[in-house]
Design a protein. Structure first.
Length: 319
């Protein structure tokens, strides 16, 4: 059987790997299309494009970048699902005088609930498909919000849509041979989604009185983004510290977190790094606490390993 012409997807591979994969990719795509039809061939081409881009960006499972994506994916899914659940609830409520007008964007929110459910059920392929739908929904919602609510509506909803689109890209970039659906990853997703989702949804529907003028109070609700930026450092401070403590680069990462806390209180750069509704100080405190806990945990681990005669590995792999 003669080798089919080189498929265009083979050109996406890095030059050093192109010769290795070109014939194999072209043959595989031709066989899939011949045996299972055009749709299966399209799916195969998408898988090939993803593999080529992971090799080009060095985010495959053989490199630290790809492994970092897989390790962080449970937290990204939990945060995105919690935010989406809150936005879905708020979207259905009649706005109060001080509320922003929620745009018509459920297509960007609903798929994240499916991503979380599929990941918790260890169905990573279905979770990736749902993340693709979330990305598509966010991209389509941008012009839709502008059409239905104008420039003001787009300005109020743009940050949420862009953030959820980037989160979907993050999930799609996780190497498929490193699915984050093991027991620890699913436990992280479940606990994080509950710890963030429950108070965020409750806070999003709670009506309180706020001062509109020296003599006037009006009803208002907490913005889901305010709640997101408030609860994220509280929920992830200790898990992040323990993850940093297990890293080969733990001292450097801990020092980076401790140093980042200084920038949170620096008034000269406040407009650049301002986090909504004045939670910047909370993030600075959480950064300092995370770095300190990580450094202490790393030192304790290093002492225990040395007592056992098994020194902690250094960044270059030596001990």
């Amino acid at each position: 059987m003669s080798t089919p012409p080189q498929h265009w997807t083979a050109r996406l591979y890095p030059p050093a790997r192109r010769h290795e994969f070109a014939d194999e990719v072209s043959t595989a795509i031709a066989q899939v299309e011949a045996e299972r039809g055009r749709w299966a061939g399209t799916v195969e081409r998408a898988a090939v494009v993803g593999h080529a881009l992971r090799l080009r960006t060095r985010l495959d499972s053989a490199r630290p970048g790809g492994r970092l994506l897989a390790a962080a994916a449970p937290a990204v899914i939990a945060v995105s699902a919690a935010l989406s659940a809150s936005l879905l609830v708020v979207w259905q409520l009649p706005p109060l005088p001080w509320d922003g007008e929620p745009g018509y964007t459920p297509a960007a929110y609903a798929p994240w609930i499916a991503v979380l459910i599929c990941a918790l059920a260890a169905r990573w392929t279905a979770a990736r498909i749902s993340a693709g739908l979330a990305l598509l929904g966010a991209l389509l919602s941008l012009p839709l919000v502008y059409w239905t609510d104008g420039a003001d509506g787009l300005a109020q909803n743009r940050n949420a849509l862009v953030g959820l689109a980037l989160a979907a890209l993050f999930v799609l970039a996780v190497p498929p041979d490193l699915p984050p659906v093991g027991p620890r990853a699913r436990r992280t997703m479940a606990l994080s989604a509950l710890a963030m989702g429950v108070p965020m949804v409750a806070g999003s529907i709670t009506v309180f009185e706020t001062l509109a003028s020296p003599d006037e109070f009006v009803d208002a609700r907490a913005d889901p983004f305010h709640l997101l930026f408030f609860f994220t450092p509280l929920v992830f401070a200790i898990p992040l510290a323990l993850a940093v403590a297990r890293s080969r680069y733990a001292p450097a990462l801990a020092a980076l977190l401790l140093g980042a806390a200084v920038f949170g209180f620096a008034p000269t750069i406040a407009p650049v790094i301002e986090i909504p509704y004045g939670t910047r100080g909370l993030w600075a405190q959480a950064s300092f606490a995370t770095g300190l806990i990580a450094l202490i945990a790393y030192c304790v681990r290093a002492v225990r390993e040395r007592r056992r005669g098994n020194p902690v590995a250094t960044p270059d792999g030596t001990r």
